[in-house]
Write a protein of this length. Structure first.
Length: 747
């Protein structure tokens, strides 16, 4: 038999925010090669090792391909109808006896990356009206969401450093050499950083670890974990004290500049120097360099978010960008203007104008809700603490909280106490092994793709749609169908009567009707039924056609007939590029005042906690996390080509600290926090600043009952077993996963 004919498909890699264009070579039903797409208008031939092995993910024998139902200690593959019948039979009695509050959902990180999930979690939440949900967001970017909601008016309106035009870039708590950029969508961030220096600009990395990103910078400034807010407040202090503060073009749209000046007055460089472990002269110089450069951008990411003062640090990143005159101008921090109209900028229907917090409190520890969610670390106690209002049923959606949540051991122990657990997930892993039913999504190549969220903070306004490569096997459901069907079951509809297409029509019709009522939308005042009738496709494709047509370059349903539709985008397999970012203020602002709120009370009320921290005795050793280019949180360790080679789950420790602790390179160490202790091999490294040790997150695959053969052979250890669940950033409830006091001892 002759070899099947080979075909090449253009695809966007769905794994991270870089959104690289790939050429996927296929023979018959096999992926035989993946190359960078040099003609991709956005990524221009850049890829990383993960994109190149997406074929291994598609063909991974451990990837689930049909629903599975627990039968005691074993699993049984079942058809979709049976899976939904089992779910309804388990869920309904719980909901009848205890009400909707007994059920919650957890949304994991790939929810933001999957075309189907990203567009339908909103529908799922609206249809189920779950009183509380949990997400990886409160272990990640909740401080950023909170800051943007209060300062700019929506939680996803997040400015991005204008990498391609800036003269001066200051990076705090991000390592794009590994992560490839986060809340910063740009392919080849490191290449772009090199380009800043080539054109005569400067790049500074502020991080407790001299990362691979720092190796590309002009300067690395080590900082004690958790003190970025103090450093940034001192930088703002210098700008005000020396008359260098001037918001420039955004000044007429900015409120409360004087208030911030007053609030930063006590945070002088001398006052914060010891806590930050950065001398006052360096802090002054940092401030002078930011205002001295023709343009500058300060960028803070996960290390400034999942830490003790995540919200203050995130807010002060904005403050420094604004008062140094760098917000909304080329080379500064800019807002994108997504080609697909961002539905996420609609004001949440349950929120009053502006935002209210603490509208309800968690049952066990009384944590206030923030942007509709409780801290992720509340989930375990809400399950394992008996009493009225206890969570008895859980739906996890593309998430692995048994690994990724703080105090992970408690979650792991709590999940088996649930009376019903359903997971939408592609693997039987540390979390889903506790489920009653697992419903798998499709492989990335069995579905179309378009990123929803990331174009909201991309360094250019571009767009790219990926066609399905392999038609899904007959009868397989897409995740949007799974979500709609589950939502209907939660609402009491018998599974056999829950038709995803009917539900989708209802959802879409409702959404269009809502957008026609939004002043400023491209279809304001139009007849919703006409718009619905003119929109093509179903599911996420239909939503995309709608948002493209309502977007800045859309056909606006006949008003701009030359404008964009999904059909026109599909005709461009390498994508379309509308150029660099342009100023967006005031149009982008959605605050009730229509202005930038520079001093939101909910945030500034946390400053006394920061002030008090400055006088605290410092812990001798604290733990931070790291990422690796060949990993993706907890779930890409089952691909041999990504995990082979040297062991990666090691404790990085400075040689001086190692000598003090009596541990040596390659030996095993015990790392203990107030939450527990774990063991890991030691790797001596002068990359670490003394006093700080580092473990990667996303490991610990040696759990019984998981079905990830390769990952189990490269198990590593879960650093979240020692992340205390009660450590949260006060204003946002975000988990503190960096800066955890620990002791290290030889084993
Ligand atoms: N110590 C420490 N902990 C951390 C962090 C840290 O820096 N340090 N980072 C935090 C951050 S930023 C995040 S975002 C969280 C991540 O936390 P989670 O989102 O809970 O964890 P992931 O490892 O991303 O798990 C993704 C899950 O989705 C599944 N999956 C993958 N693709 C798909 C798909 O297409 N469809 C479906 N249905 N499922 C899919 C995978 O099998 C896996 O179960 O971890 C947080 N935890
Ligand atoms: N290859 C790969 N890419 C990924 C992921 C992955 O797991 N692997 N995960 C994705 C996800 S979910 C996210 S959220 C992004 C995150 O993307 P990034 O924010 O770039 O995350 P990291 O690479 O973990 O870099 C965080 C840095 O913060 C530093 N740090 C820790 N504590 C502090 C502190 O208190 N202050 C300062 N200034 N720095 C501190 C750490 O030393 C580390 O260098 O990456 C995404 N991309
Ligand atoms: S950087 Fe790697 S993982 Fe991220 S989109 Fe590009 S190829 Fe995929
Ligand atoms: Mo994340």
């Amino acid at each position: 038999m002759s070899a099947a004919e080979s075909r090449t498909h253009c695809r966007t890699c769905p794994l991270c925010e870089a959104m690289c264009g790939l050429e996927v070579v296929v023979e018959g039903d096999r992926v035989t090669g993946i190359r960078p797409d040099r003609d991709d208008v956005w990524s221009r031939g850049y890829v990383c090792p993960k994109g190149a092995v997406l074929g291994d993910l598609h063909h991974d024998p451990d990837r689930l391909r049909s629903p599975i139902v627990r039968d005691g200690a074993s699993w049984r593959e079942v058809g979709w109808d049976e899976a939904f019948e089992v779910i309804a039979a388990r869920l309904q009695p719980i909901l009848t006896a205890h009400g909707i509050g007994a059920l919650t959902a957890y949304f994991g990180n790939p929810t933001a990356h999957a075309f189907s999930l990203s567009r339908y979690v909103g529908a799922f939440m609206a249809m189920t009206a779950l009183p509380t949900v949990y997400s990886a967001g409160t272990a990640d970017q909740w401080p950023k969401n909170l800051t943007s909601a209060l300062m700019y008016g929506t939680m996803w309106t997040i400015p991005v450093p204008d990498l391609d035009r800036t003269d001066h870039l200051v990076i705090l708590g991000a390592n794009p050499a590994a992560s490839q950029g986060s809340l910063l969508a740009a392919p080849d961030v490191i290449g772009r950083i090199d380009a800043i220096r080539r054109r005569g600009g400067k790049v500074v990395v502020i991080d407790p670890r001299r990362t691979a990103t720092a190796e590309h910078a002009d300067e690395w400034i080590p900082i004690r974990p958790g003190t970025d807010a103090a450093l940034l407040a001192a930088i703002a202090n210098v700008l005000f004290a020396e008359g260098r503060a001037d918001p420039g073009a955004v000044a007429p749209f900015t409120r409360d500049v004087e208030r911030v000046e007053e609030l930063c007055r006590s945070f002088t460089p001398e006052r914060v120097a010891a806590a930050c472990a950065i001398d006052a002269a360096t802090i002054r110089r940092l401030a002078h360099e930011i205002t001295g450069a023709p343009s500058a951008a300060v960028y803070g990411r996960i290390g400034t978010c999942n830490q003790e003062f995540g919200t203050l640090a995130s807010w002060l990143v904005e403050v420094v960008n604004i008062v140094s005159g760098n917000l909304d101008r080329p080379g500064g921090a800019m807002f994108s203007d997504p080609i697909s109209w961002p539905l996420l900028r609609l004001h949440p229907p349950d929120q009053p104008p502006g935002f209210a917090f603490g509208r309800w409190k968690s049952r066990v520890r009384g944590a206030p809700e923030v942007l509709g969610q409780f801290p992720l670390s509340c989930l375990a106690e809400e399950i394992d603490t008996p009493g009225d209002g206890r969570i008895r049923a859980l739906i996890t959606i593309a998430g692995n909280p048994a690994v990724s949540a703080p105090d992970a051991g408690r979650i792991d122990a709590a999940l088996p106490e649930l009376e019903c657990m359903v997971s939408i997930d592609n693997y039987l892993n540390e979390t889903t092994r506790h489920a009653d039913v697992v419903l798998p999504g499709l492989s990335p190549f069995e579905q179309p793709h378009y990123d929803e969220l990331f174009w909201s903070w991309a360094v250019r306004n571009a767009a790219n749609y990926s066609e399905t490569i392999f038609p899904p096997p007959p009868g397989r459901l897409a995740e949007w169908e799974i979500l709609l069907k589950l939502a209907a079951i939660v609402g009491g509809t018998p599974p056999g009567e829950a038709d995803p297409r009917v539900l989708d029509d209802l959802f879409f019709g409702g959404l269009v009707a809502l957008v026609t009522t939004q002043a400023g939308s491209a279809i304001a005042g139009r007849d919703a039924s006409e718009i619905v009738a003119e929109t093509r496709g179903e599911g996420p494709d239909r939503l995309l056609d709608f948002t493209l047509r309502c977007g800045p370059h859309g056909d606006h349903y006949g008003k701009s007939p030359q404008g964009l539709t999904l059909e026109k985008l599909r005709a461009q397999p390498h994508g379309i590029d509308m150029g660099p970012l342009e100023p967006q203020i005031p149009e982008v602002l959605r605050t009730p005042s229509g202005k930038i709120e520079l001093a939101p009370e909910h945030i500034t009320a946390d400053l006394p906690r920061l002030e008090a921290r400055l006088d605290r005795d410092e812990a001798a050793l604290v733990l931070v996390s790291r990422r690796h280019l060949r990993s993706n949180n907890s779930w890409m360790h089952n691909l041999e080509r990504l995990v082979r080679g040297r062991e990666r789950c090691t404790l990085l420790i400075h040689p001086d600290d190692a000598a003090r602790a009596g541990v040596s390179d390659g030996a095993r160490a015990r790392i203990r926090s107030e939450a527990g202790s774990i063991e890991a091999p030691v790797e001596l490294s002068d990359e670490m600043m003394p006093g700080v040790v580092c473990l990667p997150h996303g490991w610990g695959h040696d759990r019984p009952g998981i079905r990830m053969a390769v990952a189990a052979r490269h198990a590593g250890v879960n650093n979240n077993l020692i992340a205390p669940g009660d450590l949260v950033d006060a204003p946002s409830g975000n988990a503190v996963l960096n800066g955890i006091p620990v002791e290290v001892r030889p084993v």
